[in-house]
Design a protein around this ligand. Structure first.
Ligand code: FES
Length: 129
């Protein structure tokens, strides 16, 4: 199984190599969403997601997920996810889908309705490899 940000979510692990889907999703949460909240000072040579508005995305996603009644979805702030400068970095487990977000509400709504509710990751928002 690839560790790249663009790994296909349908890619299955080799038998005996990993947990099966039921084991992965049978815990407290159906999905766990991490959004980078790393902070670098303004003027830093390297970009950071917080300066691109990642905390606004975090707040909005939490609000919309709560309004949608998705009690088994956990949205959480993460440290640097090592994809700095590639948009606001977001990763969704258990699929391990990496998104690069610009911060607009349409993107957040698509992730919620298509991925978290519909089970189909939003390919147009995938982070490029
Ligand atoms: S600062 Fe967000 S991925 Fe590094």
């Amino acid at each position: 199984m690839s560790n790249s940000p663009n790994a296909e979510p349908s890619e299955k692990p080799v038998a005996g190599d990993s947990l099966d889907e039921k084991e992965v999703t049978s815990g407290r949460y159906s999905h766990h969403v991490f959004i980078c909240g790393h902070i670098r000072p303004k003027g830093s040579e390297r970009e950071c997601c917080t300066n691109s508005g990642s905390m606004d995305v975090l707040r909005e996603m939490k609000t919309l997920v709560r309004q949608a009644g998705l009690e088994k979805v956990k949205i959480q702030k993460a440290g640097c996810l090592s994809n700095c400068g590639r948009g606001i970095t977001c990763v969704v487990y258990p699929e391990g889908v990496w998104y690069s977000l610009s911060g607009n509400t349409d993107e957040i709504q698509k992730i919620i309705s298509q991925h978290l509710q519909g089970g189909k990751p939003v390919r147009e928002l995938y982070m490029e490899g």
